[in-house]
Design a protein around this ligand. Structure first.
Ligand code: SF4
Length: 276
């Protein structure tokens, strides 16, 4: 039974499809509305790249964007994930509570896009905070308006994906407008919430220096961005596009070189931000 599927995965690059497909549509709708149940690709433990310190990461399923360079397209569909009660998800996290506190780490909710399941996301993050665990949410920010200010305050750090400044390019890259992401960033800044910016460097798609400089100027203007992570594009998700029968336009794109990545970091640093 899908409900008994182990939550653990060696990495988010494990392919997971249809694990919640047996759940009736009405139950899915009710779960999304209440947050009593969520859909997770997996939990991974011991991550050192998804926020400060050592992290337990819950990867949600569901995303409203269709980034051309997404490396986990199996997470686009909510019901590809494992149906997990909020109680089970919190219990899983509780197992690691003392270790995470000892290692100055915490819990990261990522995806997919966590705010596709905004009630579940808000309640699980609040549960983590209630256990004394540092909380991080990685998000594209598109549905940021679905969280109340109080819910936002239960999130110690938001890792916000910023793809491009240019509206037309953003729509071409993701299928959606950049406006809601920028609006969420401004709101986070207004609430004085710490932010890390995540920027995926894709040669020929996101590496325009002027475009990066505009994104950097915006990020710097917020006043609460602690760091910028420039993430070199890679091809580790290519097999998922192929197995899902999706047209993948980036087959021939090479990952950026170390020099290209460093040049991109320099653009963000020129705006006064810490970038690596
Ligand atoms: S926002 Fe993230 S999960 Fe969604 S399509 Fe883009 S890269 Fe994939």
């Amino acid at each position: 039974m899908a409900a008994e599927t182990p939550l653990g995965a060696a990495s988010p690059f494990d392919m997971r499809v249809g694990l919640g497909a047996d759940i009736p549509e009405r139950t899915v709708r009710e779960a999304l509305a209440s947050g009593d149940m969520g859909f997770l690709h997996s939990y991974t433990t011991g991550s050192t790249v998804d926020g400060p310190g050592v992290r337990v990461v819950a990867w949600t399923t569901g995303c409203m964007w269709r980034c051309r360079y997404c490396h986990n397209p199996d997470t686009w569909t909510v019901t590809n994930g494992i149906p997990v009660s909020l109680v089970r998800a919190a219990d899983e996290l509780r197992k690691y509570r003392h270790g995470l506190q000892a290692m100055a780490g915490g819990f990261t909710l990522s995806g997919g896009e966590p705010l596709m399941q905004h009630r579940f996301a808000a309640r699980l993050l609040a549960a983590a905070r209630g256990m004394g665990i540092h909380t991080t949410m990685e998000t594209n920010g598109h549905y940021g308006d679905r969280l109340s200010d109080d819910e936002i305050r239960t999130i110690d750090l938001v890792m916000l994906g910023l793809k491009t400044w240019d509206p037309a390019r953003h729509r071409d890259l993701t299928g959606r407008d950049v406006g809601p992401t920028l609006e969420f960033a401004r709101r986070l800044a207004g609430l004085r919430r710490p932010m890390w910016i995540r920027f995926v460097l894709v040669p020929g798609l996101t590496d325009d220096p002027d475009d990066m400089a505009r994104s950097a100027a915006f990020a710097a203007s917020l006043g609460t961005v602690e760091r910028v992570e420039v993430l070199p594009f890679h091809q580790m998700g290519k097999f998922k596009w192929e197995r899902l029968g999706l047209a993948y336009a980036l087959s021939e794109v090479e990952p950026p070189t170390a020099e290209q990545t460093e040049r991109a970091c320099a653009v963000w640093r020129a705006a006064g931000l810490y970038a690596s």
